[in-house]
Design a protein around this ligand. Structure first.
Ligand SMILES: Cc1cc2nc3c(=O)[nH]c(=O)nc-3n(C[C@H](O)[C@H](O)[C@H](O)COP(=O)(O)OP(=O)(O)OC[C@H]3O[C@@H](n4cnc5c(N)ncnc54)[C@H](O)[C@@H]3O)c2cc1C
Length: 404
């Protein structure tokens, strides 16, 4: 491993300049970043609630800012499987880094889905060049898990401009993103009620303010912050898709990308927990006997059960992402199930491994401490586990998903 961060970054930049866009070489370069930067910074990111700047810049330098941006717009043209596997590699070292990169990709994919010429030049080109970080800001304090009912208001003022008013909560990359993909209710009376719109809001817009620093229980580096939007003027050319059409985006772009980034991240955390367990159980020996914990059959059995749970969750996540990439009609249900399952899986595995490893895991400097705190967010981040299971039930019953 190289000793100086500057050397690491220079080496990664050189690699990126020659990197083809195939998935294997992308994963190899993410692997190098994960080992040489993400793993090194993970404890400080967690301890100081520090946005993972070095890792994000390295991912940008490796030309991965445009990971999910189609090749026709100059991006890498990768799909959900790539996103899952990248977030898995990053999440194994640092869940905050994986979520920050994942939310950037979610924002980029929404911008790229129907990008007009202006959006291609103003946002996608710098995203692909590694000069622009974006994010998705849907959640609001008032509507919580029902993030598809924004109370922010988008009012047209003349033919070329909107004015945006409202407040958002828990926007990952808050304060560090160059732009925010913001949802808002369309209040132009000529559009039907119920639809909502999305606009890109540049971070330097007048009337746009980012709230206090994030001091979370877990995912402490993800800088989930509140946003205040007071009469923010947004050019019409920043409208994504058409006014009020974002329900389509929700299930075709936003949820699949977001859920896959989350699934990959938590799969990575789960793998890290299992690795930590195996390493410790082999090494831990009692002074009254010559055997290690890894030789106790009940522990072997319980570890085997956990491995099965992780592996079947991994297979579901990969299957869901590949099915979506292949355009299969039932893929969305699998993508939803994957995120609900990994949320259960990571929380079960971290809890069980703490039991297997014993009191050492309860120390404040234990790695498991971070994993446990990070894992808890898996159920809370929308679409939450309960909402996903509700939607899956409604899907198989042939009922509309957003019935409440
Ligand atoms: C670390 C972190 C990062 C985040 N990053 C982002 C981000 O980048 N962008 C963004 O837009 N948001 C983000 N969020 C917000 C998140 O995605 C959720 O929208 C938000 O936490 C949910 O809000 P709430 O807790 O107020 O939900 P509430 O609506 O108060 O729900 C509380 C609980 O009740 C359940 N519940 C509510 N209604 C129902 C129902 N009808 N049926 C079944 N169960 C129900 C929910 O599932 C949830 O478990 C982030 C959240 C966290 C914790």
């Amino acid at each position: 491993m190289l000793k100086h961060p500057e050397d690491v970054e220079a080496k990664l930049r050189d690699q990126a300049n020659t990197s083809p866009k195939d998935l294997d070489s992308i994963l190899a370069s993410v692997d190098a970043i994960a080992r040489e930067i993400v793993a090194v910074d993970a404890d400080a990111v967690d301890r100081d609630a520090r946005w993972p700047e070095r890792a994000i810049r390295a991912l940008q330098a490796a030309k991965l800012g445009g990971l999910v941006v189609p090749e026709i717009y100059g991006g890498c043209g990768q799909g959900l499987l790539a996103l899952v596997q990248i977030c898995e590699i990053l999440g194994k070292e640092c869940a905050s880094t994986a979520i920050c990169f994942g939310m950037h990709c979610v924002g980029a994919s929404v911008i790229a889905r129907n990008a007009n010429k202006y959006q291609q030049e103003r946002y996608l080109a710098p995203i692909n060049a590694g000069r622009h970080i974006t994010t998705l800001s849907f959640s609001e304090a008032g509507t919580g898990a029902h993030f598809y009912y924004p109370q922010c208001k988008l009012l047209p003022v003349g033919p070329d401009e909107f004015v945006l008013n409202g407040a958002k909560t828990l926007a990952t990359n808050g304060g560090y993103a160059d732009s925010y993909v913001v949802s808002a209710a369309t209040v132009d009376p000529q559009f039907p009620a119920g639809g909502f719109s999305c606009v890109v809001v540049p971070a330097d817009s007048g009337g746009f303010e980012v709230g206090p620093a994030w001091d979370g229980l877990g995912l402490r580096g993800n800088s989930s912050r509140t946003l205040t939007l007071k009469a923010v003027r947004v050019p019409r050319q920043n409208l994504l898709g058409n006014e009020g059409d974002q329900i389509w985006y929700l299930f075709n772009v936003i949820c699949p990308t977001f859920l896959s980034a989350m699934s990959g991240t938590y799969l990575g955390v789960t793998s890290a927990v299992l690795d930590a367990a195996c390493a410790y159980l082999k090494e831990r020996r009692h002074s009254h006997s010559a055997t290690s914990l890894s030789q106790v059959s009940i522990i072997q059995h319980r570890l085997g059960q956990l491995w099965c749970m992780v592996e079947r969750t991994r297979r579901l996540i990969y299957f869901a992402a590949s099915s979506f990439d292949a355009g299969q009609v039932t893929a969305l249900t699998a993508v939803m199930a994957a995120k609900a399952e990994v949320a259960d899986c990571v929380n079960t595995v971290v809890g069980e491994v703490m039991t297997l490893m014993g009191g050492i895991t309860y120390r404040s400097n234990s790695k498991l401490h971070r994993f446990l705190r990070d894992a808890r967010a898996a159920h809370l981040m929308a679409p939450t586990t309960d909402m996903l299971r509700l939607w899956i039930g409604r899907t198989i019953l042939g009922q509309p998903l957003l019935a409440d």
